[in-house]
Design a protein around this ligand. Structure first.
Ligand code: ZN
Length: 467
């Protein structure tokens, strides 16, 4: 494997240390071998033999971004039907292999996938790790463990829960434990639980949650005994606090915490991945696209609530991890990963440095690889970005792909020049709607025109008259 010297840049190592100007990084065998003053390191690199040099003068060198919440198997879905029903496992897996490249090319060198249809996330992770396909380092969950009363159970009770769903129905504690065992056998890093509903479901904020503390304890205990970690979709405070109490490793969302629930999380010191991107994108742009106001209002309410309680949690020292929920239609792959850092500053009051840590070393916690990635530290993997600009002065520079001059994973520069093949979307990936086009005539039109016969009918009649 080749060696590389990156010279002259300002290093933000994301350990919390101040930026270091004119500092070099020497990379050997995919890892950061040495960090030091540019001149001294040039001499050291020469002694080590042939190597490539990257001139980062005037630029920032920082760890690669880490997205704590990206679903590779979803496929930028716009509906639950697309998520759960359409597209078989074979095409879905290949589509995921295509989409992870977009994630990597956005500067995301590692990610956590907290929930997959089939077992696609694990397969994509393994294909990346053995060098078959290009993508970020991944930590993977299987299907969510859900009940009739949480996300994932979208289908009416009179039909069988589909095998292709992103969730598996487990309404009893025994079923939950069995599912944890199955998923661990199938190679997951993470067990994901659906703890409650969604922002658009009116019951979400009041929900008591369908899982008892004992249910949650049983899941956490089994997961940990098998050497894995667990996380939970918990928008409501009651579920978030119960999961923290039960020993879940981190919480996803936790948007509606009252003071008592926050106190539980402060006591257990459970990290939180708020995932504001999906909500913020809906609030910022969905109105123009004609999205239903009920949905937009629900997202707005949740953003405001999350901003209030999670900024308190952050001030009290709870670790915040950046994650975007990419793979949902409102948050497509490769587009929004870096913007979550801006949301964390805007809604939760993080400083730019804190936001950078949220999107690197903190998010690394969700991958379980925090000792190997997430900071620029000697011995860690050389997963890094050379950025044309200073993200501490303007966090938005990370959102401009043209400013990411080098994306490096494991010491290898990612090819961002060769364009990815453009794809078209098949009709069978989408829901089957018979009459949803507003350009088609409504009933009023039909009634008005029923008297006048359509042209083809008239033609037939003239022919008949002529016979
Ligand atoms: Zn998600």
């Amino acid at each position: 494997m080749s060696s590389t010297l990156i010279t002259g840049g300002t290093i933000i190592d994301c350990t919390g240390a101040k930026p270091k100007k004119n500092t070099a990084i020497f990379i050997e065998n995919g890892r950061i071998a040495k960090i030091g003053a540019s001149d001294a390191l040039k001499a050291h690199a020469l002694k080590r033999g042939t190597h490539k040099t990257i001139d980062a003068a005037g630029m920032t060198v920082m760890p690669g971004l880490i997205d704590a919440h990206c679903h590779v198997s979803y496929g930028d879905i716009g509906s639950v039907e697309e998520l759960d029903l359409y597209t078989g496992v074979e095409f879905r897996a290949i589509r995921a292999a295509y989409n992870v490249k977009k994630v990597l090319r956005a500067g995301v060198t590692a990610m956590c996938d907290p929930g997959s249809t089939w077992n696609i996330s694990v397969a994509v992770r393994d294909a990346i790790n053995c060098g078959m396909i290009e993508g970020p380092r991944m930590a993977s969950a299987g299907r969510y463990i859900t009940t009739f009363n949480a996300i994932g159970s979208f289908w009416p009770t009179w039909m069988e829960h589909p095998r292709s769903s992103f969730a598996v129905l487990c309404n009893t504690r025994d079923e939950m434990i069995t599912e944890v065992r199955r998923e661990v056998k199938e190679g997951v890093d993470i067990v994901k639980v659906a703890g409650d509903g969604d922002a658009v479901q009116s019951h979400a904020r009041e929900s008591e949650g369908s899982l008892s503390l004992d249910d949650l304890r049983a899941i956490a205990e089994t997961t940990h005994r098998l050497g894995r970690r667990c996380t939970i979709h918990a928008r409501t405070g009651v579920v978030a606090a119960a999961a923290a109490e039960a020993g879940f490793d981190w919480l996803i969302h936790a948007s509606y915490l009252n003071d008592a629930q926050l106190a539980t999380i402060l006591r257990t010191k459970t990290p939180i991945n708020p995932t504001l991107s999906l909500l913020a994108n809906a609030v910022d742009w969905a109105p123009e696209l004609g999205a239903p106001t009920g949905m937009i209002d629900a997202y707005k309410r949740e953003l405001e609530a999350a901003g209030k309680c999670l900024s308190k949690a952050h001030k009290e020292g709870i670790m915040m991890m950046a994650g975007t929920d990419s793979g949902q239609g409102a948050v497509p792959y490769g587009e929004w990963h870096a913007r979550e850092l801006e949301h964390l500053m805007n809604y939760l009051g993080l400083s730019a440095m804190e936001a950078l840590k949220a999107g690197t070393i903190n998010a690394a916690f969700a991958t379980g690889m925090q000792d190997e990635i997430g900071t620029l530290t000697e011995g860690k993997f050389a997963d890094l970005l050379v950025v044309d600009g200073d993200p501490l002065a303007d966090i938005q520079v990370l959102q401009a792909k043209a400013r990411l001059k080098v994306i490096m994973k494991g010491g290898e520069v990612v090819d961002t020049k060769t364009p990815l093949p453009e794809r078209t979307v098949y009709a069978w990936e989408k829901p089957m709607l018979y009459w949803n086009d507003p350009r088609l005539p409504g009933q009023d039109y039909v009634r008005e025109h029923a008297a006048k016969k359509p042209a083809w009918m008239k033609k037939k009649e003239t022919r008949r008259a002529a016979e």
